[in-house]
Write a protein that binds this ligand. Structure first.
Ligand code: UD1
Ligand code: UDP
Length: 355
């Protein structure tokens, strides 16, 4: 069997690789390399168990650091393993530092790179992810894109070879997992009633790294007259501690990061979602729940163009009014994010070339 090295490191990459790995293993010997970018049990190991992703064959234990140091440590460790393994192909996901380090290491060793979730652009180069996307796409031979917008973005940059619009692997994950868990048990666990709470996630540096901005965001949530559930990302938790930001209101419930299946149930039963996460804003749409995106722009432009999500940047004072105006929406358009079988298509395309 040909050998494929899958390299992941951060929470959304575990969620993305699960359905692809299931399909690929029919045709490929898959080696999983975990960079160790995320390492808390509830940011990493729990997802491997929950989503039945095989144990990583390697864990590089890189951990947290500034961008240069973190990416450099990954590059050094990944290169060593790839020299040893000589896989036929390297498979990477999304736009994190684990993605760019893998693309650099593999392409310099002349190993073809396949990039899942290629072609996305926010056109904001202050986001580290935008740099990671551009470089990783340029170095990839297979560009598995989730949307027509991503095809167009690559085409404008002169990249048309190797581009496959397979749909979004996160949609595969969402559909596969939603029926694997009992919604009423999740709501009971978190003591929630369906449609009676707002789900929030926050982890982008532009919302977390400036104490005034983070403080304003948290106090805006505290002052909303609704129950707010906030599974807190460790970046945000650590910075709240550092900036001495405490929660002083009963309506804002901070909880540890939750499992993926719990998360999608919470999304489905929330009255609305407020997030700066790429994955969560899309899942809000999959769940047909209205969403406020606390960013100035998004790479998932379809969500905004079609009125399914609303960009509010860090104009947090708009949140109460926007929340009052939100309505659930009907959806009867073609499959913007594919048909739920992006993973199967990826496996078939790679199989055709390597078997
Ligand atoms: C990273 C990705 C981002 C992605 C996000 C998903 C980059 C540049 N950023 O951001 O694109 O949306 O993951 O969640 O790759 N920390 C812990 N425990 C952990 C992991 C992180 O405490 O297991 C804390 C550390 O203080 C660390 C901080 O979170 O410094 C940030 O972690 P890092 O992986 O550098 O970036 P994220 O903000 O998680
Ligand atoms: N997620 C989760 N538990 C949580 C918060 C998020 O399982 O407590 C999932 C969420 O459903 C989505 C993914 O993590 O599938 C998004 O990851 P994140 O927001 O960390 O990164 P981004 O998508 O912004 O890169």
């Amino acid at each position: 069997m040909p050998e494929i090295a899958t390299i992941v490191g951060a929470r959304p990459q575990f969620i993305k690789c699960a359905p692809v790995s299931r399909k690929l293993r029919k045709y490929f010997n898959e080696i999983i390399i975990h960079t160790g970018q995320h390492y808390d049990k509830n940011m990493s190991e729990s997802f491997f168990r929950e989503l039945s992703i095989p144990e990583p064959d390697y864990n590089l234990g890189v951990g947290s650091a500034n961008h240069g140091e973190q990416t450099a440590k990954m590059l050094i460790a990944i290169e060593k393993i790839l020299i040893d393994l000589k896989p036929d192909i390297v498979l990477i996901y999304g736009d994190t530092n684990s993605t760019i380090a893998s693309a650099l290491a593999a392409s310099k060793l002349h190993i073809p790179v396949a990039h899942v979730e290629a072609g996305l652009r926010s056109f904001n180069r202050k986001m580290p992810e935008e740099i990671n996307r551009i470089v990783s796409d340029k170095l990839s031979k297979y560009l598995f894109v989730p949307t027509q917008t991503a095809v167009n973005n690559l085409s404008k940059e002169g990249q048309t070879d190797g581009v496959y619009n397979v749909g979004d692997v996160m949609f595969d994950s969402f559909l596969f997992n939603l029926n694997q868990i009992k919604a009423d048990e999740v709501l009971k666990k978190f003591q929630l009633d369906s449609n009676e709470f707002i789900l929030v996630t926050i982890h982008r540096p532009q919302n977390t790294d400036n104490p005034t901005i983070l403080k304003t965001l948290i106090s805006t949530l505290e002052n909303l007259n609704e129950l707010i559930l906030l599974p807190i990302h460790p970046r945000t938790r650590n910075l709240m501690r550092k900036f001495n930001i405490a929660v002083n209101s009963n309506n804002l419930k901070l909880i540890e990061p939750v499992l993926y299946q719990e998360m999608i149930v919470l999304e489905k039963h929330a009255r609305a979602i407020i997030t700066d996460s790429g994955g969560v804003q899309k899942e809000a749409f999959f769940a047909r729940v209205p969403c406020l995106v606390i960013r100035g722009e998004t790479e998932w432009v379809e969500l905004v163009e079609n009125g399914w999500a609303h960009l509010i940047g860090n104009n947090f004072e708009l949140i109460p009014k926007k929340l009052r105006g939100l309505r659930s929406f009907d959806y009867n358009q073609d499959e913007v994010f594919g048909d739920g079988n992006a993973s199967g298509k990826i496996a078939e395309i790679l199989k055709t070339d390597f078997l």
